[in-house]
Design a protein. Structure first.
Length: 236
């Protein structure tokens, strides 16, 4: 599929103007930063703070914002109108995802700095964050496509939060049960694994394994979101 940067940029600018007027969604930008200050105050008494902060922020910020942007288009009956324009599927999805990507990257960078986290490998950390933002943007797109209003999109995020944010907690509580060992391959746990790699004594393989699993999740969910986007437009 071809992508027109001019059309994608036009959609990005349109979404930015609408987002800046939506205070209900804009307030979510503060959530990761508030969590960061809270966990920084807790200090060592909250182990794994960076993993919890990032995983919950991906859902509450990245997926939530993307789902609301898609659902808002559907609520106004303008999403289908976009497909009547020369803009292709990729133009629309890239244009609508870019705003969420930029916001998530900036806010999470600020939150990570406030928390004072230093990764074992800054490049592996950056790649994991980029892939995770794309992954959770795809999750938000899927939730938004199955929602008719912004309110429905807000509720649709709840199952996503349980599926993608709960595994690290579930493994701590129920790790002794063999069936929960499957959760080790979820993107949230792989991100935590990467974040917990010590600064010394790690190998390239230690970094590549979680990155590869997160990449697979990202590719699969992105493809699913594109396919569902095209099918939902034909169904309506």
């Amino acid at each position: 599929m071809s992508i027109s940067l001019k059309r994608a940029r036009a959609i990005f600018v349109k979404d930015y103007k609408e987002f800046s007027r939506n205070y209900g969604i804009s307030i979510m930008l503060l959530v990761p930063i508030l969590f960061a200050f809270l966990f920084r105050t807790a200090g060592p008494s909250f182990p794994g703070a960076i993993g919890f902060l990032l995983n919950i922020s991906f859902v509450l910020l990245t997926s939530f914002a993307q789902a609301c942007l898609i659902a808002e288009e559907k609520e106004r009956n303008t999403l289908r109108s976009l497909m009547m324009t020369p803009a292709t599927t990729m133009d629309v999805l890239v244009g609508k995802s870019t705003l969420v990507f930029v916001m998530s990257a900036i806010v999470l960078a600020i939150a990570t700095y406030i928390l004072g986290y230093e990764p074992a490998s800054i490049w592996a950390f950056a790649i994991a964050i980029i892939l995770s933002i794309i992954l959770y943007t795809a999750v938000g797109t899927i939730c938004g496509l199955f929602s008719k209003t912004v309110l429905e999109a807000s509720l649709a995020i709840i199952p996503a939060a349980m599926v993608f944010s709960a595994p690290p907690v579930a493994t701590i509580l129920f790790g002794d049960f063999p069936i929960f060992k499957m959760l080790d391959y979820t993107p949230s746990i792989q991100l935590v694994t990467l974040l917990n790699i010590p600064h010394t004594g790690f190998t390239i393989g230690d970094l590549l394994k979680p990155l590869l699993i997160i990449l697979i999740w990202t590719v699969v969910l992105t493809i699913v979101s594109v396919i569902l986007y095209q099918r939902r437009l034909k169904d309506e």
